[in-house]
Ligand binder design. Sequence first.
Ligand SMILES: [Zn+2]
Length: 325
Amino acid sequence: MRVGLSIGGGVSAMERLEPRDLAADGFASVFMACYEDEMRWHAQTAADFARSCQSAGLEVFVVPIGYGRVFDPDPSTESLYVREHSRNWQVDSRGRRVPKACPNNPAFLEWFSSNMRTLAWLVECSGFLWDEPALYFARGAWACRCEWCQRHFFAERQHQLPLELDSDVARFRRDTLLMFLLAAAAAIQAVDRRLLSVVMPLSTASSREAGLAADTLGPVAESSATDALSVYVPWQTQGRDMEVALTTAAEDARAATRKNHKPVVLWIGGSPHPRDKLLEALTVARRADVQHLVIAGHQTLTASAAYERFRPALARAIAQASRPR
Ligand SMILES: [Zn+2]
């Protein structure tokens, strides 16, 4: 099993971390968050950090954050594009514009693809991770009903886009995201065909809440936009048993990718605090035959005050988990 670290926190985190230390602790990969608003001025810092990660033997993945806020696990993320282009915002079922760009809007798509090409060109990496792409959904209101979405829907189904979120609309919203992922993958692979497109769909529970069709893993795994499937296991926030949640997620992801043998990347949240059971989770993941486990824990792990004391134990656990079977 390979163990990766997700580095949120943007440029300031990159400046604080020493890639050689991460490699010495046994990490094999890093997933570095690249924020739209930071990349305008600090793309070089990200590029330098990626290069030193690669020299230290770490595999690098870019995680674009912001960029119209279609990939948006954290709704507080800023996007200058969104601030400046309210005409390209999604429109919800009550007719209100919501501050997220619509992935069916051609002007946004063009801007997004061009930014991803630039990022792929600047930052040497193995691939990009598309983190939880989603359309707006809250308190029963759903997006998107902008003019472009209405046109797309009508062209495909020869009737108007309904106001109710029925199964047809749920499928349309899911297909919209799949089409967007195809454009995203095409953008980076236009720069380098070998760049991997790793897709992290919304967790099953949150996608039901987000009004998407029930099975999100299957269609994402089958899409040609997906070279590797990524699954987050939020056992802590769901109040689930770690071992059960991790093992089930590994099985579900494997089932979804069985036909096409795509690699799976599993994510867990982690911190030095015993309640996060990080050391145990490494053992459980290895037993569940996980090939690549990423610890989503820059703020909670590497930036935490207890990290230095925790490092030796973590390094031992990673070494154990990374042993060839
Ligand atoms: Zn739209």
